[in-house]
Design a protein. Structure first.
Length: 177
């Protein structure tokens, strides 16, 4: 049987260690359940010396660009790219299917030869791509993400119940209750 002082120390130590662990568990589970966002990934349409993307007057519609974090292995089917958007360096947003064609499962896009994409100025030929992708440790099933998001809360409740029980036991031993 534990003495009153031992119960009090156990309750405080459990509460302090639990508070530290809850934050760590929450951060870890958040990493498993949240997609990673990329903003303004650069892709320059080069003229001479590179692939035939842009010759200064027109876009080569057959050239396929690949984003840095293109889906591979299980992500091709289970977790394609989301929230994909392209702007140019001056901030003009491009329209999907009108200015570019994007394939979410492969992370590739091709530009359409339009007035928006076919800039004559060399300073405005940089594409800025933004998107969300799944990290290697991302849980692709919604039920897995739901359960993972519940774990920190239930862990915190278990610590609270244990600590309250220990403090109640101390109060009972001291004759307060």
């Amino acid at each position: 049987m534990l003495s009153t002082i031992q119960k009090l120390l156990l309750a405080f130590i459990t509460l302090i260690i639990g508070l530290v662990l809850v934050g760590s568990i929450a951060v870890s589970s958040n990493g498993l359940t949240t997609m990673t966002s990329v903003t303004d990934e650069e892709g320059t349409m080069t003229a001479a010396g590179g692939p035939p993307q842009w010759d200064g007057t027109s876009i080569n519609e057959s050239y396929e660009y690949t984003i840095t974090n293109a889906p591979t292995s299980w992500k091709v089917l289970d977790c394609p790219i989301t929230n994909f958007a392209i702007t140019n360096s001056s901030g003009t947003a491009w329209t999907v299917t009108t200015d570019y064609v994007f394939t979410a499962s492969t992370g590739t896009y091709t530009l359409v030869d339009t007035d928006v994409t076919n800039q004559t100025s060399q300073t405005d030929n940089q594409t800025l791509v933004s998107y969300s992708y799944c990290g290697d440790d991302f849980l692709n099933s919604t039920w897995q993400r739901s359960i993972m998001n519940l774990i920190p809360g239930f862990f915190a409740l278990a610590l609270l119940i244990f600590s309250v029980g220990m403090f109640f036991s101390v109060a009972k031993d001291a004759g307060i209750i």
